[in-house]
Design a protein around this ligand. Sequence first.
Ligand SMILES: [Zn+2]
Length: 146
Amino acid sequence: MFGCSNDYVWLSKDAMTTEPRHPHLLKMTDPPTIVGHRCVACERVAFPPDPYGCEKCGSPASTFEQWDLQARGSVQAVATVHRHHRSTPVTPFTVGVIGLVGGPVVKAIVEGDGVVVGSTVEGFLAPDEQDDDGNVIVDLHFRVVE
Ligand SMILES: [Zn+2]
């Protein structure tokens, strides 16, 4: 049973009740680490992992090695979502196309104001919703860094 201590850190990786929505794609480090892969043959780095093999040289996915990607990059495109089919995240929210410093491009929610093409953004773990067992599910969001 959990106590009511004020120093309970609910995004701590030690907290038993917090988990990423896609545990195989995200490590709960601080800042979080995106788990991609690298083709051993041509060194192409990709995210998310491609089950069909390398898009560049055709090597089978069995030759890929896991490749940690820093959750940091530059905004290449930005859009504000006003209507959404789920109750979370609450609209309006901003989605950015982010070119990671490690190469791959991801789409993710970018929180805060002043997100423009060219903004440097960094990832963090945002609590999204609780599952039926009360576990907090976290997603990777980004925010603008100065
Ligand atoms: Zn390749």
